[in-house]
Design a protein around this ligand. Structure first.
Ligand code: ACO
Length: 328
């Protein structure tokens, strides 16, 4: 049977770093409060002359180079993003052009907020399993700083910008146990729209010129409770459905929203702290970019090794949530 294997990863963080100390000069907050409640110490912020596709292209170039591929070896470009460059065309088509992919392969964006990358992996995996696609470039890229209300202290401390990419390749006679995506599980429940959203969009116009209309609104502590419960549930359900014992897991690669949420999920699975990949301290919450950024870091620094078993999980606006169980 056909299996999707991760053949390479790449990532990109914009050069500018915003420290908690910088935020202390912008809103009524402290480094201590931010670290205690979120685990975040700093985040990267996109340059004025950059857009999301620039971050995505940088991450993708690294992944393509590391795989030893030519751009036209890619036959699907999928970009998970909440902050596309433009209303249209999709960021994925811009990325396709900038990478020099001229083979007319399909390219599209996918929006599932912080669960976007897990959704995109799941979608790419289906295309590979059916035989429609041989190599998929799956990117999570965000410039959340552009939809952040920098005067809302309960919110602006959380977000960061960046991009991560993976290349999936079809292995024709593979078994997931030999390496590849074993399973993905994706979910949504639209009744929670109001707890985490940007009120305006192309078809829903601002009711006032208040900046809050154009930026992220979040009822943080209500989202927190649902996130902790949902992530613990999907993590244990994913293992159960695939007949895997938590003790067989080598790594948890979670969406990086809040250190307390991540630790709760790790604890629920009985994992040691050093089996959980953490980047939220340095990246903040980069939404759909957070998992591929974390994955790339832990693979690049040699922590995640070929043959190891990892669980990816995410939760975000919608609400949406999902998981991917992967033998690297
Ligand atoms: N500095 C100092 N004090 C602050 C700050 C700040 N930056 N922000 C809020 N406070 C104050 C509040 O005003 C409140 O004060 P009060 O008790 O006098 O009213 C107090 O701190 C506690 O506020 P809470 O909002 O209850 O703080 P909480 O512990 O819940 O932490 C946080 C807030 C960090 C936002 C947390 O709720 C959280 O991480 N939520 C989940 C985020 C998440 O996972 N989102 C989903 C993924 S993101 C996506 O999909 C785009």
């Amino acid at each position: 049977s056909r299996v999707s294997r991760i053949i390479s990863t790449g990532s990109y963080l914009p050069a500018r770093v915003l420290l908690n100390a910088d935020l202390e000069t912008m809103v009524d907050t402290t480094d201590e409060w931010i670290q205690e409640r979120t685990g975040i110490k700093q985040r990267h912020i996109i340059a004025d002359d950059q857009v999301t596709s620039d971050l995505a292209v940088a991450a993708a170039k690294q992944a393509i180079e590391r795989a030893g591929l030519a751009p036209n070896d890619i036959d699907l470009v999928l970009v998970a993003t909440t902050t596309p460059d433009k209303i249209f065309p999709s960021t994925a088509t811009i990325v396709q052009r900038e990478l020099g992919i001229t083979n007319s392969c399909p390219a599209f964006d996918l929006q599932a907020v912080c669960t976007g990358f897990v959704y995109a992996l799941s979608v790419a995996d289906q295309f590979i399993k059916t035989g429609m696609v041989k190599r998929a470039l799956v990117i999570g890229a965000e410039s959340l700083s552009r939809i952040t209300n920098w005067s809302d202290r309960s919110n602006c401390i959380l977000w960061g910008d960046g991009a991560g990419a993976v290349i999936l390749e079809s292995t024709e006679t593979g078994e997931p146990s030999a390496g590849g995506i074993i399973a993905t599980h994706i979910h949504a429940d639209g009744q929670y729209e109001q707890l985490l959203h940007v009120p305006t969009g192309p078809s829903r116009l601002a009711q006032s010129d208040d900046v809050a209309e154009r930026t992220m609104n979040m009822k943080g502590n209500e989202v927190f409770k649902v996130a902790v419960n949902t992530l613990s549930r999907i993590a244990t359900e994913t293992l159960e459905k695939n007949n895997i014992n938590a003790s067989e897991l080598d790594w948890l690669v979670p969406h990086q929203a809040n250190l307390r949420i991540i630790k709760a999920t790790g604890k629920k699975l009985g994992l040691a702290d050093n089996q959980v990949v953490i980047t939220v301290d340095r990246h903040g919450n980069t939404s759909s970019a957070s998992i591929p950024l974390a994955l790339d870091q832990a693979i690049s620094d040699g922590r995640i090794q070929r043959g190891q078993l990892m669980l990816l999980e995410a939760f975000g606006g919608g609400f949406t949530w999902g998981s991917a169980l992967i033998r690297y």
